[in-house]
Each structure stands twice: as C-alpha cells, then as structure tokens.
Write a protein of this length. Sequence first.
Lengths: 204, 75
Amino acid sequence: MSKVIDAKGLACPEPVILTKKALEQKEDVTVIVDDEIAAGNIKRLGAKLGLAVSIEKKEGGISHIHISGAAEAEKQPVVEKDTDALPYESYNAASLVVAISSDRMGRGNDELGYVLIRSFVHTLLTLNPLPDTIIFYNTGVKLAGRDSEVIDDLKQLEEAGTSILVCGTCTNYFGISDALGAGCISNMYDIANTMAGAGRLITP
Amino acid sequence: MTKAETYDVILFASVSYALRAEKILKDVGISFKLIPVPRHISSDCGVCLRFSPAYRKQIEEALSGKVDISEIRSL
C-alpha cells in the first residue's frame, strides 16, 4: 500500500513534516513536490531513516519521490518510548542540535567574534557524528546567506545529512529571504520543537 | 563530499596579522578561506588562511612587506 502526499506549493519544511508523519505509519509513501529544495530534503530524510528512496522527475519541475517505508519497517527495531520521560514527540537523546544566534561567536569584540564563528562553522564539519540540525536565528541567519563566507561549509554539512533551519522572521527582517545559500526557511514552531527535542543543544 | 582539491595555508604569529592579511587579500580580490589551524600543525594563533596553491605567488606578493607571515605550507 502506498500513500500519496501532494505537497506541491507547500513551503519548506512542510513537505518534510508531512512525509515524516506518513513514514511513521510504516507504509510506502510517494511525495509530489514542485520544489527542488524540498525534494532534496525529503530524499535526505529517507536516506537518514535508512529507507530506499527513488525520484522520478516530471515536467514543470515536479518530482515524485518514492520512499519504501513499509518493506523496511519490519527491519527496524521497535523502540519503546518511555512516555513519562520524553515530553516531546521529537525528543531524541542521541541528537545534536547547534543553535547559532549571531554571526559573531561570543560577546566583547565583533571582529574577533566574526573570526571565531567562521572557525566554529568550519569545524562542525569535523564532528563525528555530524550535528543532526543547525538552527540559525537573529543575525546568525546571515551566515546562511548566498554570499556568506561559510556557505561552502554549510552546503557540505547539508549534503552530508545535517538539516539546516533558518528563521524566516529573521531573513525577512534582514531582507535576505530570497538570498539563502543553504538550508530552508523555517518557523518558530519548528525551531522551538527542534530545540526541545534535542538530546544535546549547543550554542556557540 | 570530500574534495580532491589540495590547499596551502598561511600561518601567522597572531590573530591580528591574520586579520590584516585577510583585509589585504579581500581588497586584492584573491579567493581564500579563514579556517582554524589544523590540529596537526602547531601555531600560536588559532586561525590561518587556506587557499588554492595556484594563488600562492599572488598572495605572497600582496602580503610582502605588509604582514609578517610565520609560514606557508601545504595541507
């Protein structure tokens, strides 16, 4: 049985959330999207969960993404959740989330802070395992801009499976919503939930 | 994701030299990247500038007489 999700026209990360919910039902899922970033994110989600993913490119930039959730489901061990200890649906004790609230690291000297934050972002690539999610907000969102000096690092992290959430309110405030070089525009709902669900949350 | 490219790095005795070099190279328009000094290299200052070896001569000329360089070496 395959479930079809029509996610055309939905803003990132909505298609990913819908896909995740559908996969939790342990069935095969076909997601239809008209956005390349969303297609990439969904593909990564499947890969992260260890599921088989195939993409059919259709006309007009539309992609059909098939994820075999049913066949693989039996292989996956069922993790029993201690519901009292896990207040958040998204809680994962092993997860590492990095929240970057500024394009400077530390307070005191901005010039030095800008050296440190670039160094920090570059060093995230050497962590093993890599962070599950990096969240950017306030002036931190500038680091995810197309012209950012750490954009190559962020792209590499994304390719390696790290999801990057960028505060939409913040990119809107700075007028850079259309100039994102990595990650996807997110909202406070996802940001708060991701932080609450983090096993470890680090803020440089 | 691993890039097959090779890089050289410039090491400095202090962060302020690295910053001065960064400004000069930005003005000249040479592409480089500020990164933490790799673990296997020791340096007093924790950051260095990484660049493609193709720019080595240009970089040396741009910084010559303006910034003290401790060392340029390949990664």
